[in-house]
Design a protein around this ligand. Structure first.
Ligand code: ADP
Ligand code: ADP
Length: 218
């Protein structure tokens, strides 16, 4: 089954006009798809629907062939943990009280798998370019790029079937961008992870992804 199927999705906020109307998008198992569009067109809303963080008003979401019936706190754990997500702004996405090591390990703790931390954390941290002293620092002691590396590792630590990167590198310099894209691709090769990369940079997404879709898709 495809990693992700969005079928005829309509979504919005409060009682306003819908942000997404009748949008469909499929990401095959192991495939990487770039979703391209200007700011404000609804890409993040789509990413959050696909990550089960926002309930659509209408339409169907399937992950690995399973239809999603509950979103946010109602999403079953095995569906939630099958999708990893990285956002644009790591400072909004990371708990300021946690060290980078604890940030990365948080999904294992939250799912009662802390015994797997020693197996997974060091290699994964190294793969995103974090080592030694950096892992014991807290967000205010590291750069945006270093914090985003930790957020990427956190999204990968449960080895999700699908990774969603929502403008993951929009705030980062060229060398950090290249390092994070390479880390994602190494992980995808090792684990067969599908990717939905959302962004506005056509050159980056064309270089990175198997296929690029202009928003609105469907
Ligand atoms: P993009 O990621 O393409 O920039 P977004 O999905 O973030 O687009 O936003 C699409 C539209 O939805 C925008 O008009 C934005 O203001 C609105 N929007 C996004 N998030 C919210 C929210 N939490 N509440 C109300 N409106 C929102
Ligand atoms: P609700 O179902 O209460 O309307 P949403 O689906 O809009 O909530 O939001 C889902 C989650 O995403 C919430 O935890 C909220 O804090 C967060 N969120 C809401 N708006 C935004 C936004 N513009 N950008 C990032 N996260 C947001």
């Amino acid at each position: 089954a495809p990693a992700l199927e969005l079928l005829d999705i309509t979504a919005g906020y409060d009682r306003g006009t819908p942000v997404l109307e009748g949008i469909s998008l499929t990401v095959a198992a192991g495939e990487s798809v770039g979703l391209l569009g200007p700011s404000g067109c609804g890409k993040s809303t789509l990413a959050r629907v696909a990550a089960l963080l926002h309930r659509p008003w209408a339409g169907t979401v399937r992950l690995a062939g399973r239809e999603v019936r509950g979103f946010r706190h109602r999403a079953p754990r095995e569906l939630r943990t099958s999708v990893g997500v990285v956002f644009q702004q790591p400072r909004l996405a990371a708990d300021p009280r946690l060290t980078l090591a604890d940030t990365i390990a948080e999904p294992l703790r939250a799912t009662g798998r802390r015994d797997e931390i020693p197996d997974r954390l060091p290699d994964l941290a190294a793969s995103v370019g974090l080592g030694g002293d950096l892992l014991t620092r807290r967000p205010h002691e590291v750069s945006d790029g270093q914090l985003q590396r930790a957020c990427l590792a956190r999204a990968l630590i449960l080895r999700p079937r699908l990774l969603i990167c929502d403008e993951m590198t929009a705030m980062l310099d060229a060398s950090t961008t290249a390092a994070l894209v390479a880390a994602v691709e190494d992980h995808r090769r090792a684990h067969g992870t599908a990717l939905l990369a959302v962004g506005h940079d056509r050159v980056l997404l064309k270089r990175w992804c198997d296929r690029v879709v202009d928003f609105p898709a469907g």
